[in-house]
Design a protein around this ligand. Structure first.
Ligand code: BES
Ligand code: ZN
Ligand code: ZN
Length: 479
């Protein structure tokens, strides 16, 4: 259960507080002892930006925002401070905290709340010592004059949605098969109020989704294709925004098996794109944003098996194009291609796909950003980049020159599913481009989707990357 976030009025003397303050703040207003004031003054002289006063039954954490050239970088500092505060509160066994916006800067106060709340996330479902391990923090209250209730509710929804995406990624494939993923999506639709249709194997066969079916051939479990739609009255857009998410619930590489140890171990994360788009839908619908959004999730596991698709196979895709498979581990583009071609029927204003698509994207920029590329208008790209900064899921646009198509030419089919040794993230994007005829951006989240160590509020394992980016982008588009 995510922490509860609410509006506060006045702190009592035994609840922990966070003071968003500056050097000029009058500490006498906060019942500090003389010794404590001396301590705070000393720390301020040392230019410390996070000062914690331990008053035994509670903690008082003072956050001093550092001047930064970019506002979004300052807000990220606030989230990171929130992460440290969360750890301190839990080790101090605190149940509640009140964030006091002394500076009258509600966005900064909200960023602290966001950092605390996202850091408090845990995945303890399979731990028998869960009761002992569980964080104590349950409630974050905010006291800020400028803050309106709607903003706070939106933040609360967004945190819940991000945590849902993390949990979907953290669930192993022993639980989260493709049919189970579809079921989870259906549950989210019921909860948040969007329509869900799940295409089962027979329908996927009838539609001739050759890419998705090829990847599924080695599996004992049928594929699914989930279609989500949220169409509120008074939506600002005439044509829908379509989201597409890679839903490979486990990627062994198939017959082109990934080497163990290491490269296969974390491949339950290969549905992080699906989690991002489904949970963004959840947040958008729950927050009742006035925007028409569709999301598509093709899902299967990718395994070797006696019937598995093999290198050398030629597959006829949903769009009618043919693909020579030269590596069964380049499976994501096979099922995304079918979903992207399917998206045409919505006559979309814009399509955004999220996928843990290539090791090359992860190798290029690591976990600190999202690789993107595509054919959307410059204005749209800039809006997306701005959202990326706002939520600190920064976007790096890769070149998308047509020459890269040379690298995926095939002798016997329309294209092959791998390029050469260079530009792997881009050739994967170029492959996908063949299945689009609308404005489109591709987001390769292989780097940031799953981390092996904590990075502030992006706690280790599934990060839920993409949910906050999409929500910010849709929120601003709906304005
Ligand atoms: N799921 C992987 C990409 C991946 C790598 C995700 C690391 C998360 C972390 C994808 O299906 C894959 O295996 N891609 C291959 C493509 C290659 C065979 C052309 C890769 O990147 O090595
Ligand atoms: Zn793969
Ligand atoms: Zn994969």
């Amino acid at each position: 259960m995510a922490v509860s976030i609410q509006k506060a009025s006045k702190a009592t003397s035994d609840t922990s507080i966070v003071l968003l303050a500056d050097k000029k703040t009058k500490w006498s207003a906060y019942q500090f002892t003389e010794k404590e004031v001396a301590y705070i003054t000393r720390k301020l002289k040392d230019d410390e930006k996070l000062i914690t006063v331990n008053q035994f039954d509670r903690l008082v954490c003072i956050v001093i925002p550092k001047d930064k050239k970019e506002r979004y970088a300052q807000l990220e500092d606030m989230r990171m401070a929130g992460s440290k505060i969360c750890a301190a509160l839990n080790s101090h066994k605190q149940k509640q905290v009140i964030v006091e916006d002394v500076m009258n800067d509600s966005d900064a106060a909200l960023a602290i709340v966001e950092g605390i709340a996202l850091s408090n996330y845990q995945f303890l479902k399979y731990r028998s010592d869960a009761a002992k391990e569980k964080n104590t923090l349950e409630t974050i209250a905010v006291n800020s004059k400028k803050l309106d209730k709607k903003e706070l509710d939106q933040l609360s929804i967004l945190i819940e949605a991000t945590c849902k995406a993390r949990t979907l990624v953290n669930e192993p494939q022993s639980y989260l098969s493709a049919p189970k993923l579809a079921e989870e999506i259906q549950k989210m639709g019921e909860e948040a109020g969007f329509h869900v249709e799940v295409l089962t194997k027979a329908k996927i066969e009838a539609l001739k989704m050759g890419g998705l079916l090829a990847v599924n051939k080695g599996s004992q479990t049928p594929p699914t294709f989930s279609i989500m739609e949220y169409k509120p009255k008074g939506a600002k857009n005439k044509k829908p925004l379509v989201l597409v998410g890679k839903g490979v619930v486990y990627d062994t590489g198939g017959l082109s098996l990934k080497p163990t140890p290491n490269s296969m171990d974390t491949m339950k994360c290969d549905m992080a794109g699906a989690a991002a788009v489904a949970c963004a839908m959840y947040a958008v619908a729950k927050a009742k944003l006035k925007y028409h959004v569709v999301a598509l999730v093709p899902a299967t596991d990718n395994r070797p098996g006696e019937n598995a698709y093999t290198p050398g196979d030629v597959i006829e895709m949903y769009s009618g194009k043919t693909v020579e498979v030269l590596n069964t581990d380049a499976e994501g583009r096979m099922l995304l291609a079918d979903a992207l071609a399917y998206a045409k029927k919505y006559k979309p204003e814009l399509v955004l796909d999220f996928a843990t698509l290539t090791g090359a994207a992860a190798a290029a920029i690591g976990q600190y950003g999202i690789v993107c590329m595509g054919t959307a208008e410059e204005k749209t790209k800039n809006q997306l980049k701005k959202s990326g900064n706002n939520v600190y899921e920064r976007l790096v646009e890769f070149p998308f020159w047509d020459e890269y198509k040379n690298l995926i030419k095939s002798d016997i089919a329309d294209m092959k599913n791998i390029g050469g040794p260079v530009a792997g993230a881009i050739t994967a994007g170029k492959f996908l481009e063949y299945y689009t005829d609308y404005d489109w951006m591709h987001f390769d989240i292989a780097g940031p989707a799953f981390t092996s160590s904590n990075d502030g509020y992006r706690v280790k394992n599934g990060t839920g990357v993409g949910v906050r980016l999409l929500f910010d982008f849709i929120l601003n588009s709906a304005k």
